[in-house]
Design a protein around this ligand. Structure first.
Ligand code: GLA
Length: 388
């Protein structure tokens, strides 16, 4: 699979760490090292499985996979600067069903085979600095790094959009999480300096320049460090609501619901209202960004949060605290990002206001006795690529 991005020095550093781990564990050089990033979604939340619009960008956090073809499956992973090391062995040359993080590796191997791209065993050493449980797609990063490594090692040229569908298949059918295609597409298809506008119906997409510097802006990511509560069950329940609403309206996906549609059931009506209004907000965001006016998207980000909080009911006390505190301290816009029920929020702020916003977010969390958030500045990084 060809690289779509210029190399990222941080990805190279992680790749060297993964290669070093490979040498230590297996006593030989890896055939190559591949890296895939986590993401934030600028706007377009819970729209992907409704055939709607999304707008993610890749973060400069990566899962790096050092790998070689082998006779048997062997895997090793290191996370969080080496604090956790796990090793294991899949029994024999065939991929066996496994649980835990290795399911991502085994899952993409399985999904590649299902999709007509059979792969054999590999030795692999994974090293990731994508924060876990932060709603920043650490699992998609693992899947995508493993997928491009396996595809390259076994000589398959796979279109990146198809690869995203294959990684989603692994997540849905093998890992067992009923997600849409947002995270895997972001990891595989985003490019440096851009936010990707994508139509999840056909994965057609456009890279929109996302340059905050000229307007004196920056984007903060607030990892609330809150545990994901009921995330899987509630996520599935939202999908089921959307499917039911679409069925009642006689459309295949909520994306096709008429703008003036109403449903008798209040809950389903609110779910639908979120999806339709969010799709409109994404399109409005694209045209404002193309007009070269990043600060103009602030109100859309905040409106997205309100809709997710009130109509879709996927926010949390920690996310609301971060968003409200950021806005109160002068952020131009703020919202939860990703699936919700914990995880991260983003805030668009003027550079000179960033310290004030950070302090306000930390103080609000402390006052409400919430976990201390971790705050960092986002930049639009390179998508998945072979590094070494
Ligand atoms: C999670 C899922 C995605 C998407 C988002 C919400 O990140 O993995 O497919 O549905 O939630 O936009």
């Amino acid at each position: 699979m060809p690289a779509h991005n210029t190399p990222d020095p941080h990805a190279e550093a992680l790749a060297r760490t993964a290669a070093e781990a490979f040498r230590t564990v297996y006593g030989e050089e890896p055939e190559g090292v591949w890296a895939a990033p986590g993401r934030v979604n600028l706007i377009g939340e819970h729209t992907d499985y409704n055939d709607g619009f999304v707008m993610p960008f890749a973060l400069p956090f990566y899962a790096a996979a050092a790998a070689s073809k082998s006779e048997t499956w062997e895997f090793h992973s290191t996370y969080d600067g080496g604090s956790t090391v796990r090793s294991g062995r899949l029994d024999g040359p065939a991929v066996q069903r496994v649980d835990g993080w290795a399911a991502y590796l085994a899952g993409v191997a399985w999904a590649l085979g299902e999709s007509g791209y059979p792969v054999g065993p590999v030795r692999i050493a994974l090293y990731s600095d994508v924060p876990h449980g932060a709603g920043l797609s650490s699992s998609a990063a693992l899947e995508c790094a493993a997928l491009i490594a396996l595809a390259d090692l076994y000589g398959h040229e796979i279109d990146r959009a198809e690869a995203a569908r294959i990684a989603q298949l692994a997540e849905n059918e093998y890992v067992g999480a009923p997600t849409g295609v947002l995270d895997q597409s972001a990891s595989l298809l985003c490019s440096e300096g851009n936010v990707m506008f994508m139509d999840c119906r056909d994965l057609s997409r456009e890279q929109v320049p996302f340059d905050l510097g000229p307007e004196g802006l920056t984007m903060l990511v607030v990892d609330t460090r809150a545990p994901h509560r009921h995330a899987d069950g509630e996520y599935g329940a939202r999908r089921a609501d959307c499917e039911e609403a679409a069925r009642l309206l006689g459309v295949s996906h909520l994306r096709d619901a008429p703008a003036d549609a109403t449903l008798a059931d209040d809950r389903l009506n609110r779910r639908m209202r979120h999806v339709l209004s969010e799709n409109e907000r994404v399109q409005a965001t694209v045209s404002i960004l193309k007009g070269g006016n990043v600060s103009g998207i602030g109100d859309l980000l905040t409106a997205s949060h309100v809709s997710l909080r009130d109509d879709y009911e996927v926010s949390s006390v920690e996310l609301d605290s971060a968003v409200d505190a950021a806005l109160g301290a002068g952020a131009l816009g703020a919202r939860m990002t990703g699936g919700g029920f914990g995880g991260s929020a983003i805030a668009l702020v003027r550079v000179e206001d960033a310290p004030k916003v950070e302090t306000a977010v930390l103080e609000a969390a402390a006052k409400a006795d919430l976990p201390e958030p971790r705050i960092f500045t986002a930049r639009a990084a390179a998508g998945a690529h072979r590094v070494l």
